[in-house]
Design a protein. Structure first.
Length: 752
């Protein structure tokens, strides 16, 4: 193992300190090391490789430099600004690395003593600050043995856990008496994908038991495929809870199974002291964090089980450590991690980084995978606004006024060149990211970095700096996969955005790094659309699982006599209200009506309330709180009688479960097509050039996915029954009907 990895595990001590400490970039660090090396004599050996066996570990690493004439070994750490901002815990770790390299060098060269020098190099001032000591070889070796012993004790425990885990998984029992109809087919396909190490797109209807039907076979495949980790990724919190419920059932049915299940949650949800900074001088749970981490880690992992936020909080507070950062540490040791998709696919994704650094074999289960496309687009998009800059300048310290003014001038040049008109403008799509802002942005980042190196942390300045860095990073990777959009609001404030269109170019490497992936959803077709836009490898497969439901459970009617196009919406109100009232009179029950916009919803809802004031008609409103959303859902009770109104693609169009008579029917008044604006037209053109399916990939498939998701709220179990009305003449087109689930057996009505 690497010396650095050994020290990171066994030699850390002191406080957790996540104050922002401006550090050199990797390029600046390499250049700094070279400058220091260039100052040394001709016998100086830079990047000295060292290797040796100690206490059962084969250690390897590279010391930064060795001067044989002076018998001096150096560890060089570049920094920016005041050296005092490098805390004692970090310095102790640096010293431990140097002494470990010293032990290996003394053993390899037969040295009795050695001079050790920890050199801190300020890249701004090009100034060295050395901390030197003479060390005895036997003392260094004893320290290294102690570190190895500490790690090996843990490693032996981990090996024992892995053997017990794999033995239990080889004999894992399904947590139910039998599979649901279609669930065995789903489970077999998932097992083959994880065991064989290939990606699988798995389309299976709601209610078939996709969560348990993928988790169970994936866990069975872990020991057979030699997997280190399994990552279950969700795009919604509801999916996370379903996964935890399924895992709890699997563990209950297999009491001997030793499985560590970790739930990753956002810092905002896990932080115990949100009003305090993340360092020992401010937060008591950061003080002495690394001193107490070993016991907290051991307690958390003892016996396996589900480490959800509540359980982790109990362990963390019991050992007086930060719950959030304890969770981050435990991500290194969990067998199964349940997390949001951003932990695997974001630019700074924790799970991907850990797997890459440790060489793990990891398989992915991606729930509600139809959401991944849009989520990934958001991950690889960035925006700068002139208004944000103006606000920052009002509050910035005097030393930052000059770089902020330079950026303001660059903004004016940018707008004058591309948007010479005043007032509000339609967005302009640019072929490349304009370079007018580059120099000023880099200058501002450097100035903020230097300021923060000498001053207390400023959260607003840090956020501004990270926004600028994120934008610059995406600008460097700009290509056909994204567009650059420049706009100005009504008061003349500019907005420059990099908008990702084709996430495949960013996700491809993430999938290539995994040993198998199962992406599953009720709406995951067409196959080529998903493969092309998500960047799945050429050996990825697509499979649709036959629905356990039958046409007798569901009446699907297409109503082509009513157009819901924008120009026809006024004329559609009266006949749609009549259809809803007719269905309600024939079967008084709970219904949901899905519309394309809040404006359309307002028109139809008002007309319905006037026509049928006795029927309860709850409605979705923009910006509803979590409590208000839950109240809306709770209003759909067993045996209830009401007509709810919601927006297609919104909070109530997917991810909600209303089985039985909680929902007996839906009316969908739109194909869900995205707006024909300039951004979507650029998307259509790009997708046409690359894949030859511009309209389908940018408009038709995303729209019909929303329709099927919303309509899928009706039939949730084999005992459910209901009705779906698809209201628009375009639903009757053959190419549209072909995208609807085959088991629906949709019937086109001759009259509205």
């Amino acid at each position: 193992m690497a010396v650095r990895t050994l020290c990171d595990f066994a030699a850390r001590s002191g406080d957790l300190d996540h104050r922002y400490t401006p550090s050199p970039t990797s390029e600046e660090g390499i250049a700094g090391h070279r400058r220091v090396g260039a100052r040394r004599g001709p016998g100086y050996r830079a990047e000295l490789p060292l290797k040796g066996e100690c206490g059962g570990l084969l250690l390897a690493g590279r010391a930064d430099g060795y001067d044989g004439d002076a018998n001096r070994l150096e560890e060089i750490k570049t920094h920016r600004g005041d050296l005092a901002r490098i805390g004692p815990g970090q310095r102790a770790l640096h010293r431990a690395q140097l002494r470990a390299y010293g032990a290996l060098l003394c053993r390899a060269e037969g040295l009795a003593t050695i001079n050790l020098s920890l050199v801190y190099f300020d890249i701004q001032r090009e100034r060295e600050t050395p901390f030197s000591e003479e060390a005895d070889a036997s003392v260094l070796w004893a320290e290294l043995e102690a570190l190895c012993h500490r790690y090996l004790a843990w490693a032996h425990q981990e090996n024992g856990h892995r053997r017990a885990r794999n033995a239990a998984l080889l004999g894992l029992r399904f947590p139910f008496a039998d599979f649901r109809p279609g669930q065995r087919t789903l489970a077999e396909a998932a097992y083959r994908a994880v065991h064989g190490g290939h990606p699988l797109l798995l389309q299976a209807p709601t209610g078939i038991g996709k969560t348990a039907g993928t988790l169970y076979p994936a866990l069975m495949a872990m020991p057979r495929a030699g997997l280190d980790r399994l990552h279950y990724l969700t795009a919604r919190n509801t999916g996370r809870q379903l996964a935890l419920d399924a895992i709890a059932r699997i563990l209950a049915a297999n009491p001997g199974a030793v499985l560590r299940v970790l739930v990753l949650s956002a810092r905002e949800q896990a932080c115990e002291y949100p009003d305090r900074a993340c360092h020992g001088e401010s937060c008591p749970l950061a003080r002495g964090f690394y001193d107490r981490l070993p016991e907290a880690r051991a307690a958390a992992l003892a016996g396996g089980g589900i480490l959800d936020p509540a359980a982790l909080r109990d362990v963390a507070l019991g050992h007086q450590v930060c719950p959030y950062y304890l969770t981050q540490e435990l991500a290194r040791w969990a067998d199964l991690v349940v997390a949001d998709v951003n932990y695997q696919f974001d630019q700074e994704a924790l799970l991907h980084a850990l797997a890459a650094a440790n060489g793990w074999r990891v398989a992915l289960l991606v729930d509600e995978a139809h959401n991944l496309m849009d989520r990934a687009r958001a991950m690889y998009s960035a925006e700068l606004t002139q208004g944000r800059l103006r606000e920052a300048r009002r509050q910035a310290p005097a030393v930052l006024k000059k770089p902020l003014d330079a950026l303001a001038r660059a903004w004016r040049r940018l707008l004058a060149r591309h948007l010479p008109a005043t007032g509000a403008d339609a967005p302009v799509q640019l072929d490349a990211v304009p370079r007018e802002l580059d120099g000023a942005l880099q200058g501002l980042v450097g100035a903020i970095t230097d300021y923060l190196a000498q001053s207390p942390a400023d959260a607003a300045l840090q956020e501004l700096m990270f926004e600028a860095l994120g934008f610059l990073a995406l600008a460097e990777r700009f290509g056909e996969h994204s567009l650059c959009e420049l706009a100005r609001d009504g008061v003349g404030t500019g907005r420059l955005a990099i908008v990702n269109l084709i996430p495949a170019d960013f996700l491809r490497a993430r999938f290539d790094a995994c040993h198998g992936a199962v992406l599953f959803s009720a709406t995951l077709g067409p196959a080529a659309f998903q493969r092309d836009l998500l960047g799945l490898p050429g050996d990825s497969r697509w499979q649709a699982v036959e629905s356990p439901f039958n046409a007798g459970q569901l009446q699907v009617r297409i109503v082509p006599a009513i157009s819901t196009r924008l120009r026809d919406r006024g004329a559609s109100i009266a006949p749609v209200v009549a259809r809803i009232r007719k269905q309600y009179a024939a079967w008084p029950a709970n219904y949901l009506v899905y519309l394309s916009s809040f404006a359309y919803l307002d028109l139809l809802h008002d007309a319905f309330v006037r026509a049928a004031p006795a029927i309860p008609a709850p409605r979705q409103r923009p910006g509803m709180s979590a409590a208000a959303r839950q109240d809306f859902i709770d209003g759909f009770q067993e045996g209830g009688r009401q007509v709810g109104f919601a927006v297609l693609g919104g909070a109530f169009a997917e991810g909600i479960d209303l089985p039985g008579s909680r929902l007996s029917g839906v009316f969908v008044l739109t194909l869900g097509l995205p707006p024909h604006d300039s951004r979507h037209e650029v998307l259509r053109e790009r997708l046409q050039r690359r894949f030859g399916r511009g309209y389908e990939y940018s408009y038709l498939y995303p729209g019909l996915r929303k329709v099927v998701q919303a309509a899928g709220r009706v039939i949730r179990t084999p005992e459910d029954s209901g009705v779906i009305e698809l209201i628009d003449d375009r639903f009757a087109r053959p190419e549209v009907r072909a995208l609807l689930p085959a088991w629906w057996r949709a019937r086109v009505l001759d009259k509205g």
